[in-house]
Design a protein around this ligand. Structure first.
Ligand code: ATP
Ligand code: MN
Length: 307
C-alpha cells in the first residue's frame, strides 16, 4: 500500500525496537516477505490494518484457518486450524470436535482487528473462512463456488463465472464474484440461514452439473484430475463444515502479493489480470465503491431446481 495510507497513528506505536499495532507487538517487522517486490512483514501488517474495516465483516464470528508463511514467499507455508495456545489475550477461539478424527480443534474466531493483526504477526499471509458462523456450523450463511481453471488462465475462470451467473440469474439467485488472488474465481451466494450444509452442497452440485451440461468444453465437475482436461473445475465441495475459502481482501502468497478482490459482474472479463489488484495498488480500489456493498441485505432462500 502506498505511503499515503497508514493505519491511524493511534493504533501504531514504536518504542525503540518495539512496534505495536492494535496492542500486538510485531516481531521482525522489517523481515522481507516478497523479495522481488521488497514487501516486508510490516507492509502486510499495514495492509491488513488499512483494509480491516472492509475485511472484518467477512471474518466476524467465523471459525477460520490461517495460512502461515513465516518467511513469506521464500520458506515453507502451512494451514493452521487449531490454536490450542500461542495466541495473545483477547483472541477468541472455539473448540469444535472434528467428526472425522474425534479430536478437538481450537479454531480462532474472526471479527476483531486485534485478532487479525495477531494472526499476521504469526506469519499469516492469508485468512481462510468457513461458510458458517461459530453458533450455526451446520447452517451456512453463504454458498461458495470455487472455479479452478486447469489451464491456469483466469480468462477461462471468467468465462465459467459468467455462465454460472447466467444460470443463477435464471434461478433468481443473486451472486457475487471475487478473484481468488490466484488464477481462479470465487462466487458467493448470500443465504438466509436455514438449509443444512448438505442441502446447500446439493444445490451447488446441481448447479455445477448444469454448467457442465451447458458448456461441456469449458466446465467439468470431474473429481478425477486426469479427466478435467484443460477445463474449469466447478468445485461445489467447499460447502461442507470444515472447508474454507480465502476471505475477501486476503493477500495471497504469489508474485506481486495479489489480493482476493470483490468484483462487480461487469468486471469479470477474460482480459482481467487478477494480479492488478495487489498489496501495492489496493488503496485505489478501496477508495472506489464496494461492489459487494449489498451482500448481506441480499440473503436469500435457495430455490428448488426443477428439470
Ligand atoms: P486458485 O484460484 O489458485 O484456485 P484458491 O484460493 O481458490 O486459489 P484452491 O486450491 O482452489 O485455491 O482452494 C480453494 C480454497 O480451499 C482455498 O481458498 C482455501 O481456503 C482452501 N484450501 C486450499 N488448500 C488448502 C489446504 N491445504 N488446507 C486448508 N484449506 C485449503
Ligand atoms: Mn480455487
Amino acid at each position: 500500500m502506498s505511503s499515503r495510507r497508514r493505519p491511524a497513528a493511534a493504533s501504531v506505536s514504536r518504542a525503540g525496537d518495539r512496534l505495536r499495532v492494535m496492542g500486538v507487538t510485531i516481531s521482525h517487522p522489517d523481515k522481507v516477505w516478497w523479495p522481488d517486490e521488497g514487501i516486508t512483514k510490516l507492509d502486510v501488517v499495514r495492509f491488513y490494518a488499512d483494509v480491516a474495516p472492509r475485511l472484518l465483516p467477512w471474518m466476524r464470528e467465523r471459525p477460520l484457518a490461517a495460512e502461515r508463511c513465516p518467511d513469506g514467499m521464500r520458506g515453507q507455508c502451512f494451514f493452521q486450524k487449531s490454536f490450542p495456545k500461542g495466541l495473545p489475550a483477547g483472541v477468541p477461539t472455539t473448540p469444535i470436535v472434528a467428526a472425522s478424527t474425534g479430536r478437538t480443534v481450537h479454531y480462532v474466531v474472526g471479527g476483531s482487528k486485534t485478532t487479525l493483526i495477531a494472526l499476521v504477526n504469526l506469519g499469516c499471509i492469508a485468512v481462510h473462512v468457513m461458510n458458517c458462523r461459530r453458533r450455526t456450523l451446520q447452517r451456512p450463511d453463504w454458498l461458495a463456488f470455487d472455479l479452478d481453471p486447469v489451464s491456469g488462465a483466469f480468462a477461462d475462470a471468467a468465462r465459467a463465472g459468467r455462465l454460472l451467473r447466467a444460470i443463477l440469474d435464471d434461478l433468481r439467485v443473486r451472486s457475487y464474484p471475487k478473484t481468488s488472488g490466484g488464477r481462479g474465481l470465487h462466487v458467493l451466494v448470500p443465504l438466509r440461514p436455514g438449509p443444512t450444509q448438505a442441502e446447500v452442497r446439493a444445490f451447488a452440485q446441481e448447479v455445477g452439473r448444469m454448467m457442465a451440461e451447458q458448456a461441456p468444453g469449458l466446465v467439468t465437475t470431474e473429481m478425477s484430475r486426469a479427466k478435467r482436461r484443460g477445463r474449469v473445475f466447478a468445485d461445489a465441495l467447499r460447502n461442507a463444515f470444515g472447508q474454507t475459502i480465502v476471505a475477501p481482501y486476503s493477500v495471497r502468497r504469489r508474485p506481486r502479493a495479489p489480493v482476493s478482490t470483490p468484483l462487480a459482474w461487469e468486471e469479470v472479463d477474460a482480459k482481467l489480470d487478477p494480479a492488478r489488484y495487489n498489496l501495492r495498488t489496493f488503496d485505489r480500489r478501496l477508495a472506489g465503491r464496494d461492489p459487494w456493498v449489498d451482500f448481506w441485505a441480499r440473503r436469500q432462500r435457495l430455490p428448488e431446481i426443477r428439470r
